[in-house]
Design a protein around this ligand. Structure first.
Ligand code: TXA
Ligand code: MG
Length: 339
C-alpha cells in the first residue's frame, strides 16, 4: 500500500507504483470518480490480469486513461473535431469518449470491440502515475465484478487484497460515481452511462447528443446493447434493494406499514424519523452529495448484514441521473412509485 498525501512529498512512492505498472503489474489507483484497477493498456497480458483479478467477463471493455490529448492519437484511427471541443471543456475530468481504435490497442483491452474508451482523469495522483508509467493505463473500477465501485482505498482492500500488486491510497474520491461514457462512433453521439458531466453540459458542445434508452431501462440478454457494461447486474450489494419514489412523508408512511426485517437507505437527517436501521447517502435535493456517498452506503448495507433495504430516491436531474442509473442497477430495476 502506498499512501500519497502530496505529489511532491510522496514522489518516491509514486515512482514505485509507476514502476510496477510499467513492468505489467496491477495497481489500484485513485481517480476523481472512483478507484481504478490500473495496468498497461497496450499489454494484452496485463489487460487479461485485470479481468482475472476482478472476475470480470472478458467481453466488457476497459477504459484507457491518458494524461494529455496528444497521447490519444496513436490509440485511435480518427480524431473527430468534436473530441477537441469536448476535451477543452471537460478534460481533465469525469468524461469517457468512445472512438474507433487503432491496432496499437489490443483486443484484450477493448473487449474484442473495434472501438476504445478514452478518459483523461483530473485526479493529480492518477495523472502523475500515467505520466511516470509512460504508457496509457487501462482501468476499470477497482471492485470485484458486480459489487459497488470503490470510493476509498479501504474498499479496494476489501475487494482486491491479495489479487493486486499494490494499492495507492489517495484519499476519498471527490465525485463518487463513475465517469460519463459518451460514444462519438454513432451519429448523433449518445450517452451510454450518465456521470458527473451531465447531458445538459454535453449538449452545449454536441447539440444533438441524447441518452441511450438502456440507461434507465432494462435490457434483456437477447437485446443488442450499445455498451457491454449495460447488460451486467451492477453495483449491487448482496441484499435485495427496492427503490421507493415519493416525498419523505409518503416514504415514512410506507415504511411504517412494512413487515419483517429490513433496513432503509435515506437522506442525511432523516434517520431520526425512521424507526429502522438507516444508512444515509447524501442530502435530499443535493445530488452531488448523494453521488459522493452512494457506493459507500451500498457497501454498508452488506456490512450490516441486511437482507432487504428500501431506498429512498428523489428527482433526478444533472448528476442525479447518474445516481438514479446506479440505484436502478443495484435494485435490479425493482421500484415502487408512491406518487
Ligand atoms: O470513472 C470511471 O470511468 C472509472 C475510473 C476508474 O476511471 N472507470 C470505470 O470503468 O468505471 P468500468 O470498466 O467499470 O466501466 C467502463 C464502462 C463499462 O460499462 C464498459 O462496458 C464501457 O465503459 N465501455 C468501455 N469501452 C467501451 C466501448 N468501446 N464501447 C462501449 N462501451 C464501452
Ligand atoms: Mg465498474
Amino acid at each position: 500500500m502506498f499512501k500519497i498525501e502530496t505529489i511532491e512529498k510522496d514522489r518516491d512512492q509514486l515512482q514505485k507504483a509507476a514502476d510496477i505498472l510499467a513492468r505489467g503489474g496491477l495497481v489500484a489507483i485513485p481517480t476523481e470518480t472512483v478507484y481504478g484497477l490500473a495496468a498497461n493498456a497496450l499489454d494484452p497480458e496485463a489487460a487479461k490480469a485485470i479481468y482475472a483479478a476482478k472476475g470480470r467477463p472478458s467481453d466488457n471493455p476497459l477504459i484507457v486513461h491518458v494524461s494529455a490529448v496528444e497521447e490519444i492519437r496513436p490509440l485511435v484511427t480518427e480524431m473527430p473535431k468534436e473530441l477537441f471541443s469536448l476535451a477543452e471543456k471537460f478534460w481533465p475530468g469525469p468524461m469517457t469518449v468512445i472512438l474507433p481504435k487503432s491496432r496499437l490497442v489490443p483486443k484484450e483491452t477493448s473487449g474484442g470491440l473495434d472501438t476504445v474508451a478514452i478518459r483523461m482523469p483530473s485526479h493529480p495522483v492518477a495523472r502523475e502515475l500515467i505520466r511516470l508509467a509512460g504508457v496509457p493505463l487501462a482501468a476499470p473500477s477497482a471492485n470485484l465484478s458486480g459489487s459497488p465501485s470503490p470510493t476509498c482505498a479501504q474498499h479496494c482492500i476489501d475487494d482486491l487484497d491479495g489479487r493486486v500488486d499494490a494499492i495507492v491510497d489517495g484519499g476519498e474520491c471527490e465525485v463518487g460515481v463513475e465517469s460519463t461514457v459518451l460514444t462519438l462512433c454513432s451519429h448523433p453521439p449518445k450517452i451510454l452511462r450518465p456521470g458527473a458531466v451531465t447531458l445538459e453540459q454535453l449538449s452545449q458542445v454536441l447539440p444533438d447528443v441524447y441518452m441511450d434508452e438502456g440507461v434507465f431501462g432494462q435490457v434483456g440478454d437477447d437485446v443488442k446493447v450499445s455498451s457491454p457494461g449495460m447488460k451486467y447486474r451492477h453495483y449491487s450489494p448482496k441484499a435485495r434493494v427496492i427503490l421507493v419514489k415519493g416525498d419523505f412523508e409518503s416514504f415514512q408512511k410506507f415504511i411504517q406499514v412494512q413487515e419483517g426485517e429490513f433496513g432503509v437507505l435515506c437522506f442525511q437527517g432523516e434517520e431520526k424519523s425512521l424507526p429502522k436501521v438507516c444508512i444515509p447517502y447524501g442530502v435530499n435535493g443535493d445530488p452531488a452529495s448523494q453521488a459522493k456517498h452512494l457506493f459507500d452506503a451500498l457497501r454498508q448495507v452488506d456490512e450490516d448484514n441486511l437482507k432487504l433495504v428500501y431506498a429512498r430516491v428523489s428527482d433526478s436531474e444533472g448528476i442525479g441521473q447518474a445516481v438514479y442509473n446506479r440505484l436502478l442497477r443495484a435494485a435490479a430495476f425493482e421500484q415502487i412509485d408512491l406518487e
